[in-house]
Design a protein around this ligand. Structure first.
Ligand code: NAG
Ligand code: NAG
Ligand code: NAG
Ligand code: NAG
Ligand code: NAG
Ligand code: NAG
Ligand code: NAG
Ligand code: NAG
Ligand code: NAG
Ligand code: NAG
Ligand code: NAG
Ligand code: NAG
Length: 629
């Protein structure tokens, strides 16, 4: 398994005339990772480039090194890299080769975790939505269509990363296969086939990462592949000692040491706590001193770690995943992926950063280096937005279908989809928007709001309608993010309407279906102008221009607004929702300019709120959901 790497190293040394190639080698024995033959303790932290503005990559990497990390762990997001089957996009934030050039330039090594399933609180754990429409597809299973699509992705990624691995003077040391598969299945036929795809594409060493229990390790380990753990390092390292078979053994790596935790909409914040105060911690919120003590244990143990997350970043646009599924309500992840990480969403250091920096440098016997500079945060004074376009006045051309079809069937992956029918008969009764709401269904009759069904509440939101002949019924369905965690990922993740729409048990037919991906705000050719709004009206796009005399990052607040999307200068910053805990959207200065900046806000529900502002000091908190059943 390691021979090819060694041969490359040997050849590179032999042909020393080849310029600029200072090839390295990476392998391991039972006790240590070995970089160029020397023991290498991985002091890692996770940062995913596709969650960080590209203009800020080098700054965030410098801050990682400034805390004493030597290795960056990253998930690439397959769904962003292959947005349509066979069409790859390695530009902008998807430029993985550039990310690894910058990792290298920052003096860091790297570990890449390409999945193809990654979880990561990312939309469907990184799986592209179009997989749902591939005939015979069964994701994360022993299934030829899944292997075929996964192979094509892994090959494209490997081709892109040719030059990014350690024998080629790149920073990448090793590659993770799958992600916590032991929490989902135990089919070694599946994991062995994935291993074959990986070994054909990458000339490197591989590992798997699972929970530290016997069952998770036995289900997730692949014969002949290094098996590592995540979570509590005391439990996980002991579990590795006790349960692993010889061919899975090697040095200890806690591949995901959780610094804090993810946030889902409507849940209490993990961020409203003082992590230096014992009275305020519990659950996933730990004292800084207890995190320091775990990292201290790992370092003294001659073991390795990766902080999950070192820096979380942002689920831009519609890229958040969700928990739940498989018969449980949806718990969609928030736009912010701050995670309570040492480096916060805006790239600012926290007490945890300072604490870990102390711990790590004490083990290195080095004096603390200066902390790299952090971005400037600015305030933007409150300004008023103007209602400019009603969503239903700016619809694209529809497709006509007798029965509804799901979003993916129209080659749409994210955003919204509108189903409209003109009633041919009168019907009364409860609305069933397909098999269940996927995920949030705003209901209108003749352009007036008639209710909301939201799968955050399971099947408990009920809308009862009394429809006359020639009434126009609209169902505006929001995809709030596909399930990313655990085994529900293998179940049907289609969005929009799946099945028939019924009212009082009567199947409604003859639909106009409008695909509304809304990655961008409405184009300037749309019918902009002052539109009238009231609390029963369909969604409205508000616009405004705000002026900056100097550029900086800010947290964009929308006081009192209920739910929607924000764009600044055409860039989709993601969803806001009054329920919190997220109460502001990270607006990076690299997307702003001095002078006028254009902001568009989609208000899915109109309630009179019409101001916004930027704050340099964000707050977290929860509010009641006005649409809760
Ligand atoms: C680790 O030790 C076991 C038995 O002690 C041996 O079979 C295995 O090959 C060793 N693994 C490595 C990577 O050296
Ligand atoms: C990687 O790049 C080198 C040099 O350009 C080329 O010779 C080699 O075939 C490439 N390998 C793969 C797997 O594409
Ligand atoms: C070790 O190997 C045995 C026999 O193949 C298998 O049953 C067991 O699950 C393996 N244990 C782990 C932790 O992989
Ligand atoms: C959220 O957690 C904080 C800290 O434990 C607590 O003070 C607060 O009451 C909680 N809020 C809700 C809405 O549960
Ligand atoms: C590391 O921790 C494990 C599990 O607690 C223990 O078995 C091992 O002896 C420790 N190694 C060192 C070098 O401290
Ligand atoms: C909602 O209803 C559908 C259809 O009956 C069912 O499949 C699903 O499990 C239900 N969800 C919950 C959370 O009860
Ligand atoms: C740091 O210093 C201590 C005590 O002198 C020594 O035992 C340890 O090996 C040193 N660690 C490193 C990483 O140099
Ligand atoms: C629906 O309910 C309304 C109001 O109760 C009633 O006037 C109408 O006749 C009902 N229509 C049908 C089709 O049952
Ligand atoms: C509110 O909007 C509805 C639907 O467009 C309309 O019928 C109604 O007249 C509006 N009311 C006011 C006060 O503007
Ligand atoms: C609904 O259908 C009726 C009967 O065909 C037609 O008169 C009416 O104009 C339609 N309404 C709309 C908004 O298209
Ligand atoms: C929708 O209803 C029609 C008519 O009742 C039926 O033929 C069709 O099978 C239904 N579709 C689904 C997906 O249930
Ligand atoms: C930020 O806001 C919090 C809560 O309102 C406050 O306690 C803190 O002092 C503020 N920090 C700064 C730097 O203004």
């Amino acid at each position: 398994m390691f021979s090819a790497v060694h041969i490359y190293f040997a050849l590179a040394a032999l042909f020393a005339t080849v310029p600029h190639v200072i090839a390295g080698s990476f392998t391991y024995n039972n006790e240590s990772f070995l970089l160029n033959g020397e023991p290498y303790q991985i002091r890692g932290g996770q940062m995913d480039p596709q969650r960080i503005p590209r203009a800020y990559w080098s700054n965030r990497l410098a801050l990682a090194r400034g805390m004493g990390l030597n290795t960056v762990f990253s998930y690439p997001f397959w769904n962003k890299l292959e947005p349509r089957q066979g069409h790859f996009d390695f530009s902008g934030m998807n430029d993985m080769a550039e990310w690894y050039r910058q990792v290298h330039d920052a003096g860091l090594q790297a570990v890449i975790r390409p999945g193809p399933y990654i979880d990561g609180e990312h939309e469907w754990g990184g799986l592209p939505a179009w997989l749902s429409e591939v005939p015979g597809m069964a994701v994360r299973q022993n299934n030829q269509p899944f292997f075929d699509t996964a192979k094509s992705y892994i090959e494209a990624l490997a081709n892109e990363l040719n030059g990014s691995f350690i024998p080629q003077d790149g920073p990448i040391l090793m590659v993770q296969i799958e992600n916590e598969y032991g929490f989902c299945g135990s089919d070694h036929t599946y994991t062995n086939a994935l291993k074959d795809i990986y070994t054909a594409a990458f000339d490197t060493i591989f590992y798997t990462n699972d929970g530290g229990s016997q069952s998770a390790l036995a289900a997730g380990a692949i014969p002949g592949v290094l098996s590592e753990i995540d979570g509590n390092p005391h439990v996980g390292f002991a579990g590795r000692n006790e349960y692993l078979n010889a061919s899975n053994r090697g040095p200890n790596l806690d591949g995901e040491y959780y610094t804090t935790w993810l946030d889902t909409w409507g849940e209490n914040s993990t961020h409203n706590h003082d992590t230096t105060n014992p009275a305020e911690v519990g659950g996933h919120v730990q004292l800084v001193s207890s995190i320091q003590s775990d990292i201290d244990f790992i370092l003294a143990n001659q073991s390795s770690f990766s902080l999950y997350m070192f820096h979380g970043g942002t689920n831009w646009g519609y890229q958040n995943g969700g928990d739940g599924g498989g018969g449980s309500p949806l718990m969609a992840d928030t736009t912010s992926y701050d995670y309570g990480a040492p480096l916060d969403e805006s790239g600012h250091i926290t007490p945890l950063y300072l604490g870990l920096r102390q711990t790590i440098f004490s083990h290195l016997n080095e004096t603390l280096p200066p902390i790299p500079k952090q971005n400037i945060l600015v305030d933007v004074p409150s300004f008023t937005l103007t209602p400019s376009i009603a969503m239903f006045d700016a619809l694209p051309a529809p497709v006509h279908m007798k029965y509804p079809v799901n979003m993916e069937a129209l080659q749409q992956s994210y955003g919204f989809i509108l189903y409209r029918t003109n009633m041919t008969t009168a019907v009364n009764g409860t609305l069933q928007p397909g098999d269940y709401p996927r995920d949030r269904v705003l209901v209108y009759v003749n352009g007036e709001r008639a209710g909301v069904m939201d799968y955050s509440y399971g099947n408990s939101s009920v809308v009862t309608l009394s429809l006359k002949e020639c009434d126009i019924l609209d169902l505006l369905v929001e995809n709030m993010g596909r399930i990313c965690f655990g085994c529900p990922t293998i179940f049907d993740q289609r969005k929009g309407v799946v099945g028939n729409v019924t009212v009082g048990g009567i199947v409604l037919v003859d639909w106009e279906i409008y695909s509304l991906p809304l990655n961008d705000p409405p184009s300037s050719e749309s019918k902009y102008g002052l539109v009238s709004t009231n609390t029963s009206s369909p969604p409205i796009f508000y616009t405004a221009s705000f002026s900056l005399s100097s550029v900086g990052d800010t947290f964009f607040e929308l006081p009192g607004w209920i739910k929607g999307i924000v764009w600044v200068n055409g860039i989709n910053l993601g969803r806001y929702w009054i329920v919190g805990p997220q109460q502001s959207l990270y607006m990076p200065g690299c997307y702003l300019k001095t002078g006028a900046n254009e902001v568009t806000v989609l208000a899915l529900e109109v309630n009179g709120a019409n101001t916004a502002r930027g704050v340099s000091n964000r707050t977290w908190g929860n509010n009641p959901d006005p649409d809760a059943p």
